[in-house]
Design a protein around this ligand. Structure first.
Ligand SMILES: NC(=O)C1=CN([C@@H]2O[C@H](COP(=O)(O)OP(=O)(O)OC[C@H]3O[C@@H](n4cnc5c(N)ncnc54)[C@H](O)[C@@H]3O)[C@@H](O)[C@H]2O)C=CC1
Ligand SMILES: O=C(CO)COP(=O)(O)O
Length: 332
């Protein structure tokens, strides 16, 4: 099994970086853009100034804003923002053959349903084969060919191995697992925790607090994973701990940058503009809170962020609340 003709849905920074990587290894790649002028720029000038400025794109990469142009794809990469994934995929239903693998590359939980991306795919395209690509990977790094390693999760081992072959490049190394749920949890939860880490640093609460949030936040991710059937080793891998470390420690992250601005006292609506418009953790935090509560999982740091974002609690109050919780063994 080999996937040569690849359709990429979403020409933001990440969709473009992935399309570029696959195109450069000789795959036949068509990328669909929500904005027609963005598709035009990729076709005519081999650039994506809207979302990945400064990176010359492979001239072989074709772009379109017509979903019909992805008909006949051997595999699809879904890279629309999490909250737009359902509506975006729906437009492709007439053109995607049954049993086509769909590699979900967005990181988040749908706010209206508390669904992860594989659940959204199952609703919209029940016959597609779900897979997840997640891990520490800034689009700007991947597009420039800097070394990157990620998790690729698929319950079907043969399809998963073929997707690894299709996506792998000399500087882009996917590791295969069958734990789709673990890969989804890692990517969604790390975005929420990165906002909190940004708040800690923006408010100058210190590097010790930052390390505590990352570590206790990882404990929250692990507890949720256990409740939802993810394997612990997935969460200690690239898509969990790996992406948590990257996103919580770099201003290249939009989630971290959003937190830094919140910590400095800026207003959320002013922050979520331009580059930070797609800060996935903002929508995922309330969805995560509801999902965790539904499963009886305690995630105090993530719940505190949901409260800060909806304005029901201030950062100062959240700090006092977190520090004054009952003492407990570290492993609980
Ligand atoms: N940028 C990165 O470094 C990485 C991003 N991701 C994930 O990839 C996903 C997409 O993020 P980026 O490409 O970075 O976003 P971006 O901020 O670069 O681009 C925004 C994207 O949203 C699309 N969009 C805007 N309104 C839309 C609508 N109503 N319907 C459909 N699409 C719409 C735009 O066309 C564009 O493709 C996110 O879930 C993100 O977490 C994952 C790994 C790395
Ligand atoms: O997922 C990412 C890196 O792995 C990108 O993170 P941000 O969305 O916070 O920029």
């Amino acid at each position: 099994m080999s996937y040569q003709k690849i359709g990429v849905i979403g020409a933001g920074a990440w969709g473009t970086a992935l399309a570029q990587t696959l195109s450069k290894t000789g795959r036949d790649v068509t990328i669909w853009s929500f904005e027609p002028d963005c598709a035009e720029a990729i076709n005519e000038r081999h650039v994506n100034e809207c979302y990945l400025d400064g990176v010359p794109l492979d001239p072989k990469l074709r772009a379109t804003s017509d979903p019909a142009d992805l008909a006949g794809s051997d595999a699809i990469l879904s890279v629309a923002p999490a909250q737009h994934t359902r509506a975006t995929l729906a437009a492709f239903v007439p053109y995607i053959a049954a049993s086509t693998p769909v590699l979900l590359c967005s990181k988040g939980i749908e706010i209206s349903t508390r669904a992860f991306m594989a659940d959204v795919l199952r609703d919209v395209m029940p016959d597609a084969i779900p897979a997840v690509l997640s891990g520490p990977s800034f689009a700007a790094d991947v597009a420039r060919g800097l070394p990157t390693a990620v998790t690729l999760a698929c319950a079907d081992e043969t399809v998963g191995a073929a997707l690894v072959e299709a996506c792998a490049a000399p500087t882009f190394r996917p590791y295969l697992t069958d734990d789709v749920m673990g890969a989804e949890i890692g990517g969604a939860v790390k975005n929420v925790l990165a906002i909190v880490c940004g708040i800690v640093l923006g408010k100058e609460l210190g590097r010790s607090a930052h390390a505590a949030i990352m570590t206790r936040g990882f404990a929250e991710m692990t507890r949720l994973g256990k409740a939802l059937g993810a394997r612990p080793e997935t969460l200690t891998g690239l898509c969990g701990l790996g992406d948590l470390v990257l996103t919580c420690s770099s201003e290249m992250s939009r989630n971290m940058s959003c937190g830094l601005a919140l910590g400095r006292g800026e207003k959320l609506e002013d922050i979520l503009q331009g580059r930070l418009a797609v800060t996935e953790g903002v929508a995922t935090a309330p969805a995560l809170k509801l999902l965790a509560q539904q499963h009886g999982v305690d995630m105090p740091i993530s719940f505190a962020l949901a409260g800060i974002l909806d304005g029901s609690i201030s950062v100062d109050e959240a700090v006092v609340d977190l520090l004054s919780r009952d003492h407990r063994p570290e492993t609980e």
